[in-house]
Write a protein that binds this ligand. Structure first.
Ligand code: SF4
Ligand code: SF4
Length: 251
């Protein structure tokens, strides 16, 4: 339900500090109980649309509320008046690096959102957009962990999602998302100043936004050692990402 959209911005750190995209060990189908995640291409299209239109996504969460209990800071924008009016002011603090009025809500010592009461969101109908657009399937799609020990419950949960691949396109797009993550992980040095996404959410979302490049640029799973080629791909990744962000700004 939640998503730290603050970190969706292209925050960057030097590649030497980069540890955002830790791969998880994919268990065999026999080891885990599956949760249907839907067709991959449909999911990808909806995820991109939700980003572009700044709207919520329909995640088949069932009774799960792990993301409300996983030490996320929740970003709330200044125009979320209804949301802000329902959260006690002392739970909010200015969001670092964002214009005045943007705030964050923290979590308690157990990693729980303070608006989670009796295991339910006490402001569900008025929950922040950050919560409405959070979808942990993004980590399964990207093949990375949601985070370290504070996100361990989500990491475990994500291993249960099972996408469908009814058409070749589903498989190709899935592979392109994985290739995008792999490229960013392996070629951080090809990006300006060696800067790449800082968090798993950023890393996965970058792949969702630029996957199309990897439908054509590389052969499946190929890792290219040609530095010039990789720098050219990195440049295209940056350009495509910026275009996507511009499209979000212009609604
Ligand atoms: S962790 Fe995933 S399945 Fe659970 S509530 Fe959050 S988005 Fe839904
Ligand atoms: S506001 Fe509600 S949905 Fe969002 S993290 Fe808190 S309890 Fe969960």
């Amino acid at each position: 339900m939640i998503f730290n959209s603050l970190y969706e911005r292209m925050y960057s750190v030097p590649s030497s500090q980069h540890s955002a995209c830790t791969k998880y060990r994919e268990k065999s189908v026999k080891e885990i109980q599956q949760l249907p995640a839907g067709s991959f291409s449909e999911w990808l299209k909806e995820t991109r649309r939700a980003q572009l239109e700044d709207v919520g996504v329909d995640v088949p969460c069932g009774s799960c509320n792990l993301c409300c209990r996983s030490s996320y800071f929740i970003h709330i924008k200044p125009d979320e008046i209804d949301v802000l009016s329902r959260i006690p002011e002392d739970l909010l603090f200015p969001a670092p690096g964002l214009p005045e009025g943007n705030v964050l809500m923290g979590y308690n010592r157990h990693g729980c959102c303070p608006m989670l009461i009796n295991n339910k969101c006490s402001i569900y109908d008025y929950r922040p957009l950050t919560c409405r657009i959070y979808d942990c399937r993004i980590f399964s799609a990207a093949g990375i962990l949601a985070g370290g020990t504070e996100k361990r419950m989500i990491n475990r949960h994500c291993q249960h999602w099972q996408f469908d691949y009814p058409e070749t396109k589903d498989r190709d797009e899935f592979q392109a998302v994985r290739d995008a993550v792999k490229f960013v992980n392996e070629h951080a040095d090809c990006f300006p100043d060696g800067k790449v996404p800082q968090t798993p959410s950023q890393c996965a979302m970058l792949a969702i936004k630029v996957y199309d490049i990897f439908m054509h640029a590389l052969k499946r799973g190929e890792s290219v050692s040609d530095g010039d080629f990789n720098r050219a791909i990195a440049l295209r990744v940056m350009e495509t990402y910026k275009q996507f962000e511009k499209a979000i700004e212009h609604g």
